[in-house]
Design a protein around this ligand. Structure first.
Ligand SMILES: [Zn+2]
Length: 267
């Protein structure tokens, strides 16, 4: 599933190619995504210029002047940027054709993505208004995490994956950050000390920034988009030896999500 770094890498790539370009045509082949694609999208967008591309949590926000195009990649979605218009494949649901000939194609086998149009402040959009602070900003730190976790009985991994607590930390990076912070994912949130919360907040930022910096976890390419799993220390490595101590990593389910950790290194 695309997480914050993948969405940010997508944003940067698209920003460098598409800002200043205008939509000439929008083809909606499948409108039934997680919520219906607005019926009038194909009529609204042509002629509008992309002024900037922002991100809030895992939402991409295309500033089109008179309104905002919102895109969430869901479970399996991605935006493929093609230099020329080509015939669509099976899961290519929406094509945005630009005035320079580029084709931005929304591909989503599981159709859990969202494509929406919103006028006004996009941060007031019902899907965005409840999102917690961005993990790469100063609004998210150890004290914030400590205060929000105080008295909470849920596992720390579930707490940091709650988008109302912090934006965009999904399963992969929650696993990775907890390993690096040496905190068990099933620790009750309220038992973490301020020091542990500070460590956790800074490693969350670290793992996200490293992943964005590499730009390699995810490629917004003409042909494919792929994670590079060698970057992960625990995610997807249940039963394999811990990189710190060599003991086999444990795999459990937490909130119905695969959770991998080292019993020996994480307390
Ligand atoms: Zn270990």
């Amino acid at each position: 599933m695309p997480e914050l770094p993948e969405v940010e890498v997508t944003r940067r790539r698209l920003e460098s190619e598409l800002v200043g370009k205008s939509f000439t045509q929008v083809l909606v082949r499948v409108a039934k995504l997680r919520q219906p694609v607005p019926k009038d999208l194909a009529a609204i967008l042509p002629g509008l210029k992309i002024r900037s591309i922002a991100r809030r949590g895992k939402y991409l926000l295309f500033d089109c002047g008179s309104g905002w195009l919102l895109v969430h990649l869901g479970m399996t979605g991605f935006l493929r940027l093609l230099r020329v218009v080509s015939s669509p494949g099976k899961h290519d649901h929406i094509d945005f054709i630009m005035d320079d000939g580029h084709l931005l194609r929304f591909h989503d086998p599981r159709k859990f993505g969202i494509v929406d149009w919103f006028t006004g402040d996009p941060l007031l959009h019902p899907l965005l208004s409840g999102i917690g602070p961005e993990p790469l900003t100063d609004a998210f730190d150890g004290l914030y995490l400590f205060n929000i976790g105080r008295g909470r009985k849920i596992a720390i991994k579930q707490l940091i994956m709650d988008s109302a607590v912090v934006a965009g930390v999904g399963n992969i990076y929650a696993n990775e950050a907890l390993f690096r912070a040496r905190i068990r994912p099933d620790r009750i949130s309220g038992t973490l000390t301020l020091l542990e919360c500070s460590t956790l907040a800074s490693v969350i930022r670290e793992v996200l920034e490293e992943s964005i910096g590499e730009g390699s976890t995810y490629r917004v390419a003409e042909e494919s988009v792929a994670y590079h799993p060698q970057a992960f220390k625990v995610y997807g490595r249940g039963g394999k030896p811990c990189f710190n101590c060599g003991k086999p990593l444990d795999e459990i389910r937490l909130g119905n999500r695969s959770t991998v950790f080292c019993q020996n290194c994480q307390k």
